[in-house]
Every structure is written in C-alpha cells, then in structure tokens.
Design a protein around this ligand. Sequence first.
Ligand code: UD1
Length: 424
Amino acid sequence: MEKFVIIGGNRLSGTIRVSGGKNSVLTILPACLLSGGVCTLHDVPKLSDVYVMKNVLESLGAKVDFTGNTMVVDATSVSNVELPDRLTRMMRASNLVMGPLLARFQYVKMAYPGGCSIGSRPMDQHLRGMKTLGAEIKEKHGFIEAKATRLVGSEICLDFPSVGATENILLAATLAEGVTVIRNAAREPEVVDLQNFLNQMGAKIKGAGTDVIRIEGVKKLNSVEYTIIPDRIEAGTFMVMGAITGGEILINNVIPEHIEAVISKLREAGVEINETDEGILVRGGKKRQGVDVKTMPFPGFPTDMQAQMMALMAVSEGTSIVTETIFENRFKHVDELRRMGADIKVEGRVAIIKGVKSLSGAYVETSDLRAGAALVTAGLVADGATVLDKVHLIDRGYENFEQKLRGLGAQILRVNGNGGKDKH
Ligand code: UD1
C-alpha cells in the first residue's frame, strides 16, 4: 500500500491551479447517460473516483475516452441497466446512475451501497423521490430494483437537503412527463453545475442554488461540450495548508462564492485572504486563533472541510469547538491527530480542541479522503517525519496532490508505488 512521507516545517509559497470539481463530475457523468448522444467534458480531474464512474458507465455500454483532462462519453449504445455489484460497493456516488437509467430505460437494478467510514448513508430520500415520480421500488437480498412504465412529474419535499438525493431526483425528472418541483433541495454549487449542464443539453430546469428546483420534463436531450467547475474543497484544503504553514499562496481557478464559509472562518482565525482577479491570495501570518466551526449544508461550512480545519485548530491559540452535523461518524482523524500531539476530546458529534504549540511527526493512517487531507495538513507543520498510510483514499479526491504540494515547497514523497498514476 502506498504511503506519504512528509517532512514538516516548510512554509508553502507559490501558485497552484485547482482541478475540476470531483463532486460535479461525479454527477455530470451519470447525466451523460440521459443524452443518448456524445458529451465532451473539459477539466475532468484524474481521480480514482472518476475512474470508477468511468468504469460504471462503460459497464452499462457507454464508450468513454479520457485523454488529458477531457472526457468524451458516447452513451448511444447504452443498453445494460444492471450495475455491477463490485462498482456500487467501491463508490457510493455510483448510485447517481439510478435517476438517468430509470428515466431513459424505465428500469435499473443495483446493489445497495455499503456502509461508509463516515457513518451509515441511507438512500431513503433518493428512493422516496423515485417512487413519487411513479417508480416501483423493490429492496431484496441487498439489491434495489426500480421500474416504471413512465415517470410523471410531481412535488417532492426532502426531509433533509441531501445532495445526492437532489441530484438523482433532478436527473430522473429531466425526462419525466410534466413538471417536478423539489423542495428543501440541496443548494450546493455542484447541483447548480448539474442544472447548467442539463440545460445546455436542452433540459428545462430552474432554481438550482435555491431550495426549490423546478424541472419541466423534456422528451430528448442533445450532445454537448461542457467545462466542469473548479473543486471548492481542493481550494479550501490548499487555503488551510497555506494558513497552517504561515505561507503565502495564490490559488487559481477558484470561485470564491463557493468557498465563502471557509474564507470567513479562516479570516476569523486571523488568516489574511484577498480575493484578486487572479485568484485567492492566502497569507498565513505568524499565528492563528482557534475558532468554532459547525458543519452545515451549503452555504454553511462544508463537512468535507471539517477535518482539515480541525488540523489547523490543533495548532491555533486557545480552544475551538467543532460540531459535525452532516455525518454521524466523521471524527476518525481525531485519534490520528492525537498521535501527532494534538489535544482533542470528542463528545458525540462535538470535538473540543485545545491548541498546542507544535505537533510531532508520527506514523498515521487515514480512514477516508478528507481525514487524509487533514493528516497531510498536520504533517506539513509537524516536527520531523510523518508517515501517512492508505493514501489511495486521498487519490479519490485530489489530483496530483503531492506534485502540487511539492510545487509550493512542501517536502512530501509517495513511497511503495509509482505515484498512483498507472494503476487504472
Ligand atoms: C455529497 C458529497 C460529499 C459530501 C456530502 C455532504 C458527492 C459525490 N459527495 O455526498 O462529498 O460530504 O454531499 O455535503 O457529491 N441521507 C439520508 N438519506 C438519504 C440521503 C442522505 O439520511 O437518502 C443523509 C446522509 O446519511 C448524510 C446526510 O444525509 O448524513 C448528507 O448526505 P448527502 O447530502 O446525501 O451526501 P452525499 O450526496 O452522499
């Protein structure tokens, strides 16, 4: 298994360009299934999750070419409507092909996505949405089977603004008869990107970015060429890394409005952040204050930035309280940060962090993608060497991570492998 070896102590400085958004591309790729034509996507990040989604589409019969950061998806010959069990288990987001397959073929069968290291992640909101549109759902032997003679637009009010459920329902409703209204919809920028992509294909969708989305079903969608929005979580991660090392970095290809909650918390902690024409300029300065953070659906503080922010709080002055409201078990990085000398107590969904003067390099293991990013963040300022195991989890969501970090002056090396490049 590949590991990172990080030698802490270097201030980061320089410029990085953020890659295309992981969560955007993971919903736009399934949307390509709706067109029955050819879609060309630019700025597609080379991430292991993106390769899994590519495999999912290919297993359904699509032809996919991925050259550089451009992906061409030809969904003309899609005919299979049963997802391979192995792929569904590898990545929860593979469930986003449910809406498109149901809309185009009136049938889909897939294994129930397994549990997850950040807590159980049910699909009840997705399934309730599909039922409301007229699908009959059977859940048996660990499989979900959905079929419909036709999908008919309807009103759906989500219990919680789930990102995946909003996207799956929106995808299904695009080709349904009549009008669908999703209330209490997720407002994340990736939902807006999905709407923009679908509308460019000929869909009639309004309201993404607010909590009410209105979809007027259309009969057919066309081929399009589209550029994926930048990854706001990658941008936020580099902002925190610039801050913790007291560095000065310019982050290119970022939409500040997408990451405003993180910018605002970093400013509160004493980090200087300027939004310029060229991007976001982060100056870490000499010391940071602890701040309280509570994760919330967009535009609140993103759960996908909670772990990285906690690493920063671990070496900031005073006490910080981090509350995780989105996922039930997303503090697995805490024990590993403690190994590095952090003073953190957890009570249920609340972590209390007392800032320490320094962290010390240690052998640590990541349990998920963002926990991994947090441990790299801590390793950048720890005394001596940090060895981080299971970096394949980081490859799920950060393109050329260590290369980008080295470009900013960090000492980070991937060992026991070939840089994660040739394994797909
Ligand atoms: C997406 C993102 C993920 C991010 C999360 C929250 C992708 C590929 N992943 O995940 O990076 O952390 O949004 O911003 O876009 N829930 C239910 N029933 C459902 C659906 C969700 O109870 O049917 C619960 C989940 O268990 C979780 C919460 O709602 O506690 C949020 O989940 P959701 O917004 O659906 O996240 P994902 O779409 O899975």
